[in-house]
Unconditional design. Structure first.
Length: 295
């Protein structure tokens, strides 16, 4: 039964470090490093010390058929030079990159961006998730952009944004985040908090819990001042945050509408005004929720 097998593997393979191509292959591109970092379990600055000579073979996440070929990974040992997220006490970490194998799958599906195995001396920011079966990590992202290397011309810009997002994500309601007197801190906190609270990538069963009214009002206050187009690298614009944070179902239920723009009118301003008016009018009715593992 090929179709059920493929459907059931989709979620599992994502957690196994396998990224899926969209049907329109010509638009496939890596998820931004800043987004991947906000979802990742481990983010480090590191350097590859050694690479195992033999490939590591693992079964596919679902129960394989008798003639199934194994997933093959090239695994490297990375020295931890700095911790940005998770990994307290880690000095080294193993990172695998898919290089072949997998019954009924092509490299176009298992490794759509053709990530290359790590090499000794590779250095930069490793944005990682634990492999669902192996004793190593894989690059995070849907699909992953792989290593954010020191040779990347945007390395420092990416790292600065990642650090600000992860710092504010640890405690979004802190005086240095959503409550900060600096607008830059508030914008980074709004983006990182929205990703944290609406994390649909959590494995296993999930449930939603309501944020407190104080927390909701703080998020809505910052959303009101957010620009339609992101002004800071790694942040998201008002429209994206509006739909992510409040949710399409609630927005539609409360009758959100945008008046048609007349020739010459600023469409983005009309949209921004409509979003702000909706928030102000329905503030007491809006219920913001966080996605968490089901208890």
């Amino acid at each position: 039964m090929k179709i059920p097998f493929l459907l059931s593997l989709t979620a599992s393979l994502c957690l196994a470090g396998v990224s899926f191509a969209k049907p329109a292959a010509d638009i496939l591109r890596a998820e931004p490093f800043t987004v991947s970092a906000c979802y990742a379990k481990l983010v480090i600055i590191g350097e590859v010390l050694r690479v195992e000579k033999e490939v590591t073979e693992l079964d596919t996440p679902d129960k394989p058929s008798p003639d199934a070929t194994k997933l093959q990974y090239k695994v490297a040992t990375v020295k931890v030079l700095g911790l940005l997220q998770g990994g307290k006490g880690l000095s080294e970490v193993k990172v695998g990159v898919y290089v072949g194998g997998g019954e009924r799958f092509s490299p176009r599906i298992l490794n759509p961006l053709n990530l290359k195995p790590l090499e000794v001396g590779d250095e930069g920011c490793f944005i990682l998730e634990p492999h669902i079966k192996g004793d190593f990590y894989v690059f995070s992202g849907q699909p992953s952009g792989g290593l954010l290397g020191l040779k990347n011309p945007d390395y420092h810009k990416e790292i600065n944004a990642i650090k600000k997002l992860l710092r504010t994500q640890k405690d979004p309601f802190a005086a240095t985040a959503l409550k900060s007197t600096e607008k830059e801190d508030r914008m980074y906190a709004l983006t990182s908090a929205t990703i944290k609270f609406r994390d649909s990538r959590l494995p296993g069963a999930k449930q939603e819990v309501e944020l407190t009214k104080e927390e909701s009002n703080l998020l809505l206050d910052v959303l009101l001042e957010a620009p339609m187009r992101p002004e800071l690298h790694g942040t998201r614009g008002k429209r994206d945050l509006f739909y992510m944070l409040i949710g399409v179902e609630q927005i539609n239920k409360l009758g959100f509408t945008i008046k048609p723009a007349k020739p010459g009118e600023d469409i983005e301003k009309i949209q921004a005004d409509a979003i702000n008016e909706f928030i102000k009018t329905n503030r007491e009715k809006l219920v913001l929720k966080q996605i968490v593992p089901k208890q």
